[in-house]
Ligand binder design. Structure first.
Ligand SMILES: Nc1ncnc2c1ncn2[C@@H]1O[C@H](COP(=O)(O)OP(=O)(O)OP(=O)(O)O)[C@@H](O)[C@H]1O
Ligand SMILES: [Mg+2]
Length: 287
């Protein structure tokens, strides 16, 4: 677990080896998540087939794609809330698990080695912001109440919500709710953070502030971040790598540095997304 103290430049070093990911990406550190040929779906409905990618320590790894292609569902598979039809997910500290091992008790015991911000924020409305943050600490640690209170205040300070500890979610703005949800995801000092559309619906200034917060968590505190977002500006600013999910082909059609994909991808769907081209233009280019 990270103590949320800044990383040194040595820990930031680049590691060119990444045998599980042959996309030509530039990995940052050792693998933290390995997804191998994972198929997601329910019954006859297949959402994504044989998804394969690696997230390395220090990455800000973005999951991209049109609405309904399966980004949130993929996050739910990574954190163990959904069981894949085939393939496996390996997370550092948890080991590898495929469908047959999904329900094993060892995957359900102890605090998760990651923090999660769900697409909806998912704060408990009947609890104050501070109580929302205390919850994981009370559940998973033996810390006395004053130590928990101090940690909660620290996390709230990190996301700029120190003054709002005693407010209920209904009493704070949408952007503040998202920051509160991120603070709760940080409560147990994880090394790995999952964020589902953290800046969706925010005004441009709040969105930029959120990007800066993610960059601070990544660069100063050493967190690896897996994030779903559609915001191109944000992607080019904070992402180290990405995986592009396509609904029609039920597959990941591109992986790598988003800036490189924008400039060099030969796939019209990928070029259309990164260059904000209408779909028709992309289809024409494909024909
Ligand atoms: N438990 C489930 N059972 C059946 N279908 C599901 C289930 N969960 C999600 N789906 C379906 O999977 C598809 C992908 O949903 P998901 O929420 O992952 O999309 P998304 O890429 O996150 O979209 P958005 O950008 O709109 O958030 C949807 O068609 C959804 O109805
Ligand atoms: Mg979603």
């Amino acid at each position: 677990m990270s103590d949320l103290s800044p990383v040194t430049s040595g820990e930031d070093a680049q590691d060119p080896s990444d045998e599980a990911d042959s996309s030509g990406d530039a990995p940052v550190g050792e693998p933290v998540i390995r997804v191998k040929a994972m198929t997601m779906g329910w019954g006859d409905f297949i959402l994504q087939r044989e998804a394969t990618f690696t997230v390395n320590r220090g990455d800000v790894f973005v999951l991209l794609g049109g609405s309904g292609c399966g980004k949130s569902t993929l996050l739910q598979h990574l954190i163990g809330l959904q069981t894949p039809l085939a393939g496996s997910v390996e997370i550092a500290g948890l080991g590898e698990r495929g469908p047959e091992r999904w329900g094993e008790p060892r995957f359900r015991v102890g605090p998760p080695p990651f923090g999660v911000m769900f697409q909806s924020g998912a704060l408990f409305g009947s609890m104050t912001v501070g109580q929302n943050l205390s919850l994981p600490l009370e559940r998973w640690t033996d810390l006395p109440p004053d130590a928990i209170a101090s940690l909660v205040r620290g996390r709230l300070g990190l996301v700029g919500l120190r003054e709002f500890e005693h407010h209920y979610p209904s009493e704070i703005s949408g952007g503040m709710k998202k920051r509160a949800a991120i603070a709760r995801a940080l409560a147990l000092e994880p090394d790995l953070l999952f964020l589902d559309e953290p800046s969706a619906g925010l005004d441009p200034v709040s969105a930029v502030e959120l990007d800066d917060l993610i960059l601070t968590l990544n660069r100063q505190f050493g967190l690896t971040v897996v994030l779903v977002t559609h915001e191109l500006e944000s992607i080019f600013k904070i992402a180290t790598r990405c995986a592009f999910l396509d609904k029609d082909s039920q597959s990941i059609i591109a992986r790598g540095d988003p800036r490189q994909l924008r400039d060099e991808s030969t796939d019209p769907r990928v070029r259309a997304f990164f260059n904000r081209l209408p779909r028709s233009v992309a289809e024409e280019a494909r024909a």
